[in-house]
Write a protein that binds this ligand. Structure first.
Ligand SMILES: [Zn+2]
Length: 479
């Protein structure tokens, strides 16, 4: 009988049409592996619940042998415990120094899903809402993790060889190269996952620099910032943004003795933001009485993991920042209530970054009504999230958990601090890889279209024959 030499890649996740819910299915000879298995986020709680349920139940996710994942953000990892629950022996292959981070991230995600389901059940009494996995499922998932050394080509079984290379995106996050043996033919492809903002290394000292991959047969790349936009992020823009961050902090704390709330993602963004604040004000006498409050149980757990996992020099730097007299680390909710009532001259770094969950949402109820305080957004907020609603429209009142709060505080946006690779750098990097075809995922429709167009132009300028394809929901490729 003739053996099938094809490898099939199916784009079945939310990243086939937008920026969350990363999941790609790879199949050959009745074998199945997943690249990423992330949470769909950014819609309403009900929408996200339904979209995640559909993604997990309408795709054929039985007999998965491995989930291979180089990234750490929840939109790439948030559904893995469901896979290890429903495919009990499935292994999770990750770069080194992942286990402890996954544990905290996924436990947090399980708790949020629990609360969301409870909330939905109260609201829609005739319907049943069940989280995709529990804390016990997270424990099993963590036990299934096999960490690989970054930068080494490692054979994990007879047919599969993997190499993780740093993506420059966040601490420890990697691109994945795979060599799969399909009946004696080796198929080599690269999945970039999220690529890092290489223009901003000096302000993100805890993230490794990008390892450039030079060749693969097929490349699957993210395209988050692929859109042709009036806003072009350059090193100059990043510097200006940081000046704006500092002038805002100084205006509201040193000058007016009030509060600045900075909603910040726990993973990577919190240590990067602390670094920027510490670097500027550690020896500044004027800042002596200003407290820097890290209010987030998850951020504090992850900061402790970072201290253990970072290389010596970087760990020392982070330790020095956290030992700064001005810093107050808050985890317990009673402590959080206490600092909310008692500290009036402070910078609050609280998660989540989009204010849809966690302490940043509670802080908003205190900061929003106060005309002397300031809310500073330093990252992306999806339109449907609380952060997105505040950022994009100036409404008189903001509803948080069913209660209206007057929207009186000052709102400042800075936009150059993203940890994603910017458009021009994406074009340069992707066009530099020798390959047959590039598939674009993980971007809005417009971002994928615009990036494909520019990439084609650049490749043709360089007389390269590489093809570029936009992935949509259900795209498959055989090679
Ligand atoms: Zn990411």
């Amino acid at each position: 009988m003739k053996k099938d030499n094809k490898l099939k890649i199916s784009f079945i996740g939310g990243n086939s049409y937008d920026v969350t819910g990363s999941m790609i299915l790879v199949e050959w000879n009745k074998r199945k592996i997943l690249l990423d298995c992330g949470l769909i986020q950014g819609g309403t709680t009900l929408q996200d619940y339904r979209d995640n349920k559909n993604m997990l139940t309408k795709n054929k996710l039985k007999n998965i042998e491995y989930v291979i994942v180089g990234e750490r953000h929840i939109d790439h990892i948030g559904n893995i415990p469901y896979i290890t629950k429903t495919n009990y022996d499935c292994k999770v292959i990750t770069p080194a120094k992942t286990k402890k981070i996954f544990k905290h991230m996924l436990e947090d995600s399980a708790n949020i899903a629990d609360r969301d389901c409870e909330m939905l059940a109260k609201k829609y009494k005739d319907k049943v809402f069940i989280p995709s996995y529990t804390i016990e499922d997270v424990e099993h998932c963590i036990n299934q993790i096999q960490e690989l050394t970054v930068g080494e080509k490692i054979k994990i079984d007879d047919d599969i060889t993997i190499k993780f290379s740093y993506s420059g995106h966040i601490f420890g996050a990697c691109q994945t190269e795979l060599w799969i043996n399909v009946n004696g033919k080796i198929k080599h492809f690269l999945y970039t996952a999220d690529l890092g903002n290489i223009l901003n290394y000096k302000n993100r000292p805890f993230t490794e620099e990008l390892d450039r991959v030079n060749n693969a047969t097929i490349v699957i790349s993210e395209s988050t910032y692929g859109k042709l936009d009036k806003f072009v992020c350059t090193e100059k823009v990043i510097e200006k943004d940081i000046e704006k961050l500092y002038s805002t902090i100084e205006q509201y704390t040193i000058d007016k003795k009030n509060r600045v709330l900075i909603p910040t993602f726990s993973l990577d963004r919190t240590p990067a933001m602390l670094y920027l604040i510490w670097k500027k004000y550690k020896d500044d006498e004027r800042f002596k009485d200003v407290k820097v409050i890290i209010d987030s149980p998850l951020s504090n757990k992850l900061l402790d993991v970072y201290i253990n996992e970072l290389d010596d020099e970087k760990a020392e730097l982070l330790q020095e920042i956290l030992s700064w007299d001005n810093i107050i680390r808050v985890s317990a909710s009673e402590e959080s209530k206490y600092v909310m009532e008692n500290y009036k001259n402070c910078v609050v770094v609280a998660s989540s970054g989009m204010c849809s969950q966690g302490r940043s949402k509670i802080w908003l109820t205190k900061i929003l009504p106060n005309a002397n305080d300031c809310l500073l957004f330093s990252g992306y907020c999806a339109d449907n999230t609380l952060g997105g609603k505040i950022k994009n429209n100036k409404q008189k009142y903001i509803t948080i958990d069913g209660k209206n709060y007057p929207n009186r505080c000052n709102i400042v946006n800075i936009q150059g601090q993203s940890s994603h690779m910017q458009r021009n750098e994406l074009i340069k990097y992707l066009s530099s890889i020798n390959c047959e075809k590039i598939y674009l995922v993980h971007g809005s429709t417009q971002a994928r279209i615009d990036l494909a167009q520019s990439l084609k132009e650049k490749l043709s300028e360089e007389s390269k024959t590489t093809k570029v394809s936009i992935v949509t929901k259900g795209t498959t490729c055989n090679f």
